[in-house]
Design a protein around this ligand. Structure first.
Ligand code: NAG
Ligand code: NAG
Length: 329
């Protein structure tokens, strides 16, 4: 037993050492060679040049839980597609109650699209929820919207920039009553956890919302669980850096070859970058299928290894055809 404890401490220290060696290496202007764990080694089959991609796994106290996501997060995310979310989540989460619904035009210019979100609370599980739907038509190829709204807007001076479409859409919802409701819920249930979720563009809004309530101090990040499904790149490298430094519990789930997880491109004019931690299911996500917790934030590993992406994998998560919940759930 003592040996085991010693071993675990040693192992965590070893992990920490590797991560800091990689960070120091990149800070010195060289690349980190993962294949041999050496700085500047060349030729190198797999090398890392951005410090956010230095291998690092989530803290064991905030481990990923497939069953939690499958049974609680997926119904909450998919329910945001239905005009009556409670009808969809109640049969699966009987102690959860709808608080309010919010809808807004997501943008003032460009293709008309409506965003939607709801809040709910559960006095048995002691949680509050914010769930987001990013457009009124998840079948509409998100590329179309993302192409239109290029550019970034400053999130906070110390927390990078957000892609304009998501920035605007979040604040339209926030100002459409979401702010007031989440503050009231927090006041009424000060000790509850907050779960924030969404699928597709809704996943990006969930990321912005979780970051926003933590940055403004409404919630402390240790109380927040952010879990997104098929989230597009949402902010830039500085946003990802701030997010990773501040969120012990944040998972970005990617189903196999989901196209949306790879747009907008990392190297476009806007230079967007994913935050941690990607959970990649390179399979059909049925109950016993394995998954991979990616140690890099947004490198050419995990789902980014797949050049051949598709929309079908975007629409189904954990066996649930998410757009189907618009009418039937
Ligand atoms: C959104 O825009 C449409 C058309 O531009 C308008 O008819 C509708 O009332 C707007 N909705 C909101 C919530 O502002
Ligand atoms: C999912 O994949 C597994 C392994 O390939 C297979 O056995 C199973 O039948 C598949 N399930 C569905 C619903 O496609």
């Amino acid at each position: 037993m003592q040996f085991l404890v010693f071993f675990l401490i040693f192992w965590q220290f070893f992990d920490f050492l590797e991560a800091s060696k990689c960070t120091d290496c990149i800070a010195s202007g060289k690349h980190w060679c993962v294949t041999v764990n050496e700085c500047g080694f060349s030729p190198c089959a797999t090398s890392i040049s951005k410090s956010l991609n230095c291998p690092e796994l989530p803290d064991k106290a905030h481990a990923y839980d497939d069953n939690f996501v499958r049974t609680k997060i997926v119904p909450l995310a998919a329910s945001a597609l239905n005009p009556n979310p409670e009808k969809c989540f109640k049969p699966r989460l009987p102690t959860m109650t709808l608080s309010k619904k919010f809808s807004a035009n997501c943008s003032e210019v460009g293709p008309q699209s409506n965003c939607f979100s709801f809040t709910s609370f559960d006095t048995t599980q002691k949680v509050l929820v914010m769930s987001f739907r990013g457009t009124d038509s998840p079948l509409q190829l998100t590329d179309e919207i993302l192409d239109f709204f290029t550019g970034k807007k400053q999130f906070f001076p110390d927390a990078g920039n957000i892609f304009t479409y998501f920035y605007d859409a979040f604040f339209f919802l926030w100002n459409a009553g979401l702010q007031q409701d989440i503050r009231q819920l927090k006041y009424k249930y000060p000790d509850y956890e907050l779960w924030v979720t969404g699928h597709s563009l809704g996943g990006a809004l969930a990321s912005v919302a979780a970051s926003y309530v933590v940055h403004t101090g409404i919630f402390t990040s240790d109380k927040v669980k952010l879990v997104t499904l098929g989230q597009p790149r949402t902010g830039d490298y500085d946003y990802a850096t701030w997010h990773d430094k501040n969120f012990p519990y944040s998972f970005r789930i990617v189903h196999r070859r989901d196209l949306v997880a790879h747009i907008p491109p990392q190297d476009g004019a806007d230079k967007l970058f994913h935050h941690r931690s990607e959970v990649w299911y390179n399979n059909n996500m049925s109950t016993t299928e394995p998954y991979h917790i990616c140690a890099e934030a947004d490198g050419f590993y995990c789902s980014s290894r797949e050049l051949d992406t598709n929309i079908a994998d975007h629409l189904t998560y954990f066996g649930v055809f998410i757009p189907g919940w618009q009418t039937k759930c």
